[in-house]
Design a protein around this ligand. Sequence first.
Ligand SMILES: Cc1ncc(COP(=O)(O)O)c(C=O)c1O
Length: 360
Amino acid sequence: MDGPIGPRMRIDGREVDYFCGTSYYAMHGRPEVIEAACEATRRFGMGPGTLAAMEVYQELQEALCAWFGAEYVTYLISGYASPMALMQGICEPGDLILMDAATHYSIRDAVPSLDLRVVTFAHRDTSALEDVLKAELRSGERPVVVTDGVFPSGGALAPLADYRAILDRYEDGRLVVDDSHGVGVLGTHGRGLLEHFAAEGPRSHVAGTLSKAFGGLGGIIPGDEALRDRIKERARIMRGASPPPPAAAAAGLTALRLLTADHSIRRRLGANVAQMRSGLRALGFDVAETPVPIVTLTDAGRDLAAIAEGLAVRDILVKLVAPGGYSDAPADRPSLRIAVFSEHTPEQIDRLIATVAELA
Ligand SMILES: Cc1ncc(COP(=O)(O)O)c(C=O)c1O
């Protein structure tokens, strides 16, 4: 990559239409965001030397609280670490962790740090979750279901309303969602998949990131002040790691302000996703009807590698994922992941669809 992220960018000496990655509003490449990061670096330097006592973190805190309607949003060095900080904050001895079998590496790496009993259930399978709960939950144990919200490679949605309903049958059953790809995108206010499925509440928790929709970097955990205190006391990373640099905080803050001030950005993303999904469906691909900006083709009997290659030759970049090449990728066949940005033009999307039609 020879330049900032954008719908059209320079890669390997060529101008290409870019349909990869996770910057769904292309905020990481937006001039205002880049300028804010530069200005914060000039003003505050590269980092606070462990303690995050700089004005930029406070301003980000206020913007995040307004976005999520939260009392406090914990901000930490990476999105990858945010499910770990969240779970270390809320889990108690005697909790039983129930984990989706295709959950992201962030959760898989976090779970052993809890030193709790863990069982997995089949990917996005509500009845498998019910069966595992019946078979495994011992008296006195509290169930904690952990899953991605939007799965990163395939763009599938976890059935969070069903999980919530199942958990409500148990006292204090907790739902923990790594919604790195849902925050900023899904739900009326952009709070993510829990909002989209009306499954929010005091026992449903979200861990997210600024590194995707929000154009910055760093993990975020919205909640109330009690959750803030528990994470601060119990999550070791909050004592033992530096915060993201001021530049990352300022970038996220500026992206949040842009998204708050101009609702047409989110509307454009919705329209682009709908255009991409319906265009590919009209070609006979099996494409789900969701607002997720990750459109993934897995159709057996299609030569997806040849399609990805043919698109690349025509300067349209999509991501070919090898069988089992990501946490939620199908194990038995490749898939083709197409990331849709709010900043793609309808013409770029039409050109991609027309080229796929030619190659398929
Ligand atoms: C589901 C999920 N969680 C966490 C992360 C890590 O977030 P970050 O890159 O902000 O650390 C990613 C990917 O980057 C992801 O796809």
